[in-house]
Ligand binder design. Structure first.
Ligand code: ADP
Ligand code: MG
Length: 397
C-alpha cells in the first residue's frame, strides 16, 4: 500500500471506536465526492453465519454455491466495502441513502446494505464487496455483444429501482460495478437518490401541447443564449436577469444529466436515469469518456445543442416552458446523427474509405441508443421496455 493510504487507514481505525475488532481494513478502493470506500474483511462473519439466515442468503448471492458436503463453517473470508460517508453530509441525506438501500435489499442487482454503524458524527455503511473492473480499463475495446450484456445487467438493476419508485439520479460507470467476465454488475451509490414525487411540482411538459403554446409565450423563464461580443467569453445568461429563479432538483454528475434536469423541469421522473444510461452507451460506441463534460448547465445545454441541433433542443426547452435560442455558429439547425458522431469519434468517415459505415451490430445499438436518448422524457424508453427491446432481449441469462 502507498504510505498515504496506509496513513489514512490508520487514522480511520483510530477515530472509529471498535472498528478493528470487527473488520480488518485491507485497502482504500474509492474516493468519491461524498465518501471514502475501503475494502475490508469481516472478522465476525464465521460467528453468526450459522444462525443468521439473511447472511446465508447474502452468501449464496455473492459467491458460488458451496460444494456438496462442504461444512457450513468454512474458513473463506468474507469481504466487505466500508463506505465512510463524509461528516459534512447532512444527517437527513445519510438517512435517505440508508433507507433507500434498505428498501431495495431484495433486488439482486442492487448492492445490498449489510448494516451501518455510527461513532460520534461518523456514519459507515457496510456493503458486500463486489469484484469488478474499472470502466476506464475496458471502455475502449468493448464489443457490441459485451455491450448487450452490460446494458442488460444495468437495466435489470434500474428496473428494480424504478419499480420501487426511486430515482437513482447518478447513473454513471463508477456507480455501476461491473464484472465483464461474469457479465454481471451491481448498482451502488444511492447518495443522490430520491423517491419519485419528492420536490415534485407541475411542469409545462405535462400539459397537452395546445395549452403549452400559450404558457410559453407568457413564460417568465425564457432564456436566450447569446454569443457575447467577446469571443473568448463563454455564453451565459443575460447580465441583468431579474426574473425569479426556478427551482428544481439538478443533482447528478456533469455530462450525465438529462435535458429535463438541465432545463429545470420540476416534474422529473425515473426516466432521467434512462438518459444517463444512454450516455454510457454513447460513450462505449464512440469510445470517448467522458462524452460530454461541461461543468455548468448552460454549457451542458450547448453541448447537447451541438449534437442534437438547435431545432430539437428548442423544442425540448419549449416543452419545459423555456426558450432556447443561440447564435453560436457551431450549433447547427439539425445537429448530427448518432451514426455520424460515432463514425467521426472512432476515426471512420465515409469519405475516407468507401465502405466504412457502421457494422450491422452497431446499427442495432444505435437504434437502441436513440430510444434511451430521446430528448422528450415522455418518448424515452423505460427500463422495463428496454429489457424487451431487440437489442437486449435474451441477453444476460
Ligand atoms: P460516492 O458517493 O463517494 O461516489 P460510492 O458508493 O459510489 O460513493 O462508492 C465509491 C467507489 O467505491 C465506487 O465507485 C467503487 O469503486 C467503490 N465501491 C463502492 N461500493 C463498493 C462495493 N460494494 N464493492 C466494491 N467496490 C465498491
Ligand atoms: Mg459514486
Amino acid at each position: 500500500l502507498e504510505d498515504y493510504v496506509q496513513e489514512d487507514i490508520l487514522k480511520f481505525e483510530d477515530s472509529f471506536r471498535g472498528i478493528t475488532k470487527r473488520y480488518r481494513l485491507i485497502n482504500r478502493i474509492g474516493e468519491g465526492t461524498f465518501s471514502t470506500v475501503y475494502k475490508a474483511e469481516d472478522l465476525h462473519y464465521h460467528l453468526y453465519k450459522n444462525d443468521w439466515d439473511t447472511e446465508e442468503r447474502e452468501e449464496s448471492k455473492w459467491s458460488p454455491p458451496p460444494a456438496k458436503g462442504r461444512p457450513i463453517r468454512r474458513p473463506k473470508p468474507r469481504y466487505v466495502a466500508i463506505k465512510k460517508i463524509y461528516v459534512t453530509s447532512s444527517p437527513l441525506r445519510i438517512l435517505n441513502e440508508l433507507e433507500l438501500l434498505h428498501d431495495l435489499k431484495e433486488s439482486d442487482s442492487v448492492c445490498p446494505l449489510i448494516t451501518a454503524f455510527r461513532h460520534h458524527d461518523q456514519v459507515i455503511a457496510i456493503l458486500p464487496y463486489f469484484q469488478h473492473r474499472d470502466f476506464r480499463e475496458y471502455f475502449r475495446d468493448f464489443t457490441v455483444p459485451e455491450m448487450r450484456q452490460y446494458f442488460h445487467s444495468l437495466f435489470t438493476a434500474l428496473k428494480a429501482v424504478h419499480e420501487h419508485k426511486i430515482l437513482h439520479r447518478d447513473i454513471k460507470p463508477t456507480n455501476f460495478l461491473y464484472s465483464p467476465t461474469r457479465a454481471r454488475g451491481v448498482l451502488v451509490d444511492f447518495g443522490l437518490a430520491e423517491r419519485e414525487g419528492t420536490d415534485w411540482h407541475p411542469c409545462n411538459c405535462q400539459l397537452p401541447s395546445a395549452e403549452r403554446q400559450h404558457r410559453v409565450q407568457t413564460s417568465l423563464y425564457a432564456t436566450k443564449l447569446q454569443q457575447s461580443d467577446n469571443p473568448h467569453q463563454t455564453p451565459s445568461f443575460p447580465k441583468n436577469d431579474n426574473r425569479p429563479s426556478r427551482r428544481a432538483n439538478r443533482a447528478g454528475t456533469r455530462g450525465f444529466r438529462a435535458p429535463e434536469v438541465l432545463l429545470k423541469c420540476t416534474a422529473q421522473t425515473t426516466l432521467i436515469d434512462v438518459w444517463s444510461v444512454g450516455i454510457v452507451l454513447l460513450t462505449l460506441l464512440t469510445r470517448r469518456f467522458p462524452f460530454f463534460h461541461s461543468a455548468d448547465d448552460i454549457d451542458a445545454l450547448l453541448e447537447l445543442g451541438t449534437a442534437f441541433g438547435k431545432r430539437r433542443l428548442a423544442q425540448t426547452a419549449f416543452l419545459h416552458g423555456q426558450v432556447f435560442e443561440t447564435n453560436i455558429p457551431t450549433i447547427s439547425e439539425n445537429g448530427h446523427t448518432f451514426e455520424k458522431i460515432i463514425l467521426w469519434c472512432t476515426g471512420r468517415s465515409k469519405e475516407r474509405d468507401g465502405k466504412g459505415g457502421l457494422s450491422s451490430e452497431e446499427k442495432e445499438a444505435v437504434e437502441f441508443l436513440k430510444r434511451c436518448l430521446e430528448l422528450e422524457p415522455g418518448k424515452r424508453i423505460t427500463a422495463a421496455e428496454a429489457l424487451r427491446h431487440p437489442f437486449l432481449v435474451g441477453r444476460g441469462e
